[in-house]
Design a protein around this ligand. Structure first.
Ligand code: G7M
Length: 338
């Protein structure tokens, strides 16, 4: 018998998840509701775990009245499919309904109700849900840390060195042991050279979601924080040759590229992201992405700019760094006094 704790604001309920022992000692899986459920009338909502208004996904935790254990219902609104709009006249048929909210001169606001089959919502149901499922679908509170040079030197840098994030996959790429056929450009210069290849998130062919990564040959530059005047030739080399290669190979001009570094990055070997400007790739928000042209300009102005400035970054409650910063009371103190 395992207990699943379900937090409902201040109330904590315990759901018993029964696991029956079979004769051979193996545990029988608790029956789930998938063979019987036909609608969501048996779902009793206990907590909204996450409501992403941008991606239009809501993750709900609750129970089903006719089954034991916690359940998760994840609802997601679909994007419009152009093919549907072009070929499906149902969008524009008399079976749909238009309700006016207001109109002003040439502008009118309406609520539009297309026919049911065009109005579906993707529903994922997980039952019985474990604590891990609940954690996975719960919103992770993000916190901004205004990282001063002092916080970097005394806390963040020692943490990065101690944790020694595994860079084997990076070295495999640089040593031509992995992803060899995916490399689209290589400048072998040990100081100013780099390798350009599709990011893990990109299939390398769908131009709409173009996403490449430039990984530098120099193994001593951890992140944006380490960059200074001596690295300008490297940064300009990445900018110029990266853009030229992408234009030649994919026909996308540099004016259509978003070229940036992450702070904090997820691995500490300098790399630069190249994404299609019209593609809203993950990790392009203001609290994480630093445009390469901006970085170059800042260093041209002040060679040790990134040694001196406060760089804000985001940590989440499940990050190891979050605990370290919390213990040192940095999360409360870090907001800039303006
Ligand atoms: O957040 P950060 O700036 O550290 O971004 C690291 C990028 O490296 C992410 O966009 C990942 O998708 C990408 N990436 C991670 N791994 C493990 C690989 C990999 O093995 N190959 C490639 N090509 N990209 C990776």
């Amino acid at each position: 018998m395992a207990d699943i704790k379900v937090e409902d604001n201040n109330v904590i309920k315990n759901h018993s998840v029964k696991k029956r022992k079979l004769d051979d000692g193996a545990e029988e899986k608790q029956p789930n509701i998938h063979s019987t459920i036909e609608d969501l009338s048996s779902f009793k909502l206990e907590k909204i775990l996450n409501n992403n208004t941008r991606s239009k996904i809501v993750c709900l935790q609750g129970t089903f009245s006719d089954a034991d254990g916690a359940g998760l219902v994840i609802l997601e609104k679909y994007a419009f499919e152009e093919e549907n709009l072009k070929s499906n006249s149902d969008y524009f048929s008399t079976s749909s309904c238009l309700k006016k909210v207001f109109h002003n001169d040439i502008y009118g606001n309406y609520e539009y109700y297309p026919v049911t089959q065009l109005n579906s919502i993707k529903a994922t149901i997980i039952h019985p849900a474990t604590e891990k499922h609940i954690e996975k679908y719960s919103i992770q509170n993000p916190y901004i840390v205004d990282e001063t040079p002092d916080i970097y030197e005394s806390i963040v840098s020692p943490f990065i060195i101690k944790e020694q994030f595994d860079l084997q996959w990076v070295y495999n790429i640089l040593e031509h042991k992995s992803e060899v056929e995916r490399v689209v450009y290589e400048d072998p210069d040990p100081v100013n050279g780099f390798l350009l290849l599709p990011d893990l998130k990109w299939n390398g062919t769908t131009l709409d979601t173009l996403y490449l990564l430039a990984i530098v040959n120099d193994r001593n530059i951890k992140s944006l924080r380490d960059l200074q005047g001596e690295h300008l030739p490297l940064l300009k080399n990445i900018y110029n040759k990266g853009c030229k290669t992408i234009e030649e190979k994919y026909g996308i001009a540099k004016s259509q590229l978003r070229i940036y570094l992450h702070y904090q990055p997820s691995f500490y070997h300098l790399h630069v992201h190249f994404t299609y400007l019209k593609h809203e790739a993950p990790g392009i928000l203001a609290e994480r992405a630093h445009l390469l042209s901006n970085v170059i300009s800042n260093i041209e102005l002040v060679a040790d700019y990134y040694k001196k400035v406060t760089i804000p970054f985001v940590v989440r409650e499940t990050d190891k760094l979050f605990k370290v910063l919390e213990e040192k009371d940095i999360l409360k103190k870090s907001s800039l006094k303006v």
